[in-house]
Design a binder for this molecule. Structure first.
Ligand code: MRU
Length: 364
């Protein structure tokens, strides 16, 4: 998608020297900074510190992280050790484990001398596949938006609420939750996005609003607590969120606060969709109770970072010194609160049968 009229992806290879470039998301929206990852340690740090974040992008970064590691040592031991290092950087998004498993099963049978080139090629294919998946998610979601648009008075926008950043910055391009929105916008439809700020790290205010703004999509940032009220007022036509891990029965882990939005949507009869690619489905877990929820640093709750009047970016305390804080980073929305999944293969009910109908090969 576009920044200042230039099309970007979130991750790409510098052909001259093989380093992997990323947009440092800890610096957005104040500074657009591209960082080069040259080593396994660089890739691991980028995932851990959330220079890259969002389930699909974490997976693709890990795939490239293996390629970077193999440049220095392509032995069996090094491959296994690099995958183990990358796998432990963040626990909740299953795309990380999925990407590493794909890479390892393709690379391990190859002779070490052939592994590095193959790893770059596989990671590039994974990135391209993610772009295609997200594009298809957008097409299927666009059909839902079109249905809602015909029920609106002429010219009135379809109002879509989203939580966290499940946009192109969380993927390689398009995004999951935002792909239907971008495609509706590009088709000339009137859409408007309610952007949950998404405390404590503010991915909505800092990232989703930034990327929608850069691409010219009308949007309004709201405090996380405002969504229920807006749904009661009839100001939200649908919610679309992303997911970090969807279990076999259709429970969906996503950024903390998603569950509360789903409850409000259920109470008000607002359609609540979860958009995700196949790489976010964990076929090994029966339901959401088994999902590991990442507990992050309390400082994310106790402090905020922003731009001061003089242009400098600073971090300030927002709570009384010494107050403790808890920071669970994800919650699980039960399948019964989800209207449907929007995937690259189409829209399905949030249930074991719904997922199995979309991915019948997983039943074999
Ligand atoms: O902690 P984050 O910023 O990595 O959390 C991201 C989310 O929860 C996204 O909504 C999710 O990964 C879907 S990304 C398309």
């Amino acid at each position: 998608m576009n920044i200042d009229g230039r099309a970007y992806r979130t991750i790409w290879v510098e052909e001259a020297h093989g380093a992997v470039s990323i947009i440092d998301q800890t610096r957005l929206p104040h500074d657009l900074v591209v960082v080069a990852l040259a080593t396994l340690a660089d890739a691991a740090r980028a995932i851990k510190t959330m220079q890259v974040r969002g389930a699909p992008l974490i997976g693709v970064t890990a795939a490239y992280g293996l390629a970077l590691a193999l440049r220095h040592d392509a032995s069996d031991t090094a491959l296994a050790a690099a995958a183990a290092t990358l796998a432990t950087q963040r626990p909740t998004a299953v795309n990380l484990a999925w990407a590493l498993a794909q890479m390892q099963s393709a690379l391990a049978p190859l002779p070490p001398a052939a592994r590095t080139k193959a790893a770059y090629a596989l990671a590039a294919r994974m990135a391209d596949d993610d772009v295609e998946s997200c594009r298809h998610i957008g097409q299927h979601g666009l059909a839902i938006i079109r249905t809602l648009a015909v029920q609106k008075t002429a010219g009135a926008p379809v109002n879509i609420l989203t939580h966290c950043n499940a946009g192109w910055l969380a993927c390689v391009d398009w995004g999951t939750a935002t792909s239907p929105i971008y495609q509706a916008h590009e088709a000339g439809m009137a859409v408007h996005v309610w952007v949950d700020e998404t405390r404590p790290r503010n991915q909505g205010a800092a990232l989703t609003a930034y990327e929608l703004g850069c691409h010219g999509v009308p949007h309004t940032i709201i405090a996380d607590n405002a969504g229920g009220h807006l749904m009661q007022q009839g100001a939200v036509d649908m919610c679309i969120v992303g997911a970090d891990r969807v279990t076999r029965n259709g429970d969906a882990a996503n950024k903390i606060g998603t569950y509360l939005k789903a409850l409000a949507a259920h109470d008000t009869g607002t359609p609540f969709y979860v958009a995700m690619p196949h790489s976010t489905i964990d076929w090994h877990i029966g339901d959401g109770r088994a999902i590991e929820i990442e507990e992050r640093d309390a400082r994310e709750v106790l402090q905020m970072t922003g731009r001061l009047a003089d242009g400098t970016v600073a971090t300030v305390d927002i709570a009384a010194r010494g107050s403790p804080a808890a920071n669970p980073a994800f919650d699980v929305t039960p399948a019964r609160l989800i209207t449907g999944f929007i995937t690259e293969r189409g829209v399905a009910p949030a249930s074991a049968d719904g997922l199995a109908a979309l991915y019948p090969e997983r039943l074999l």
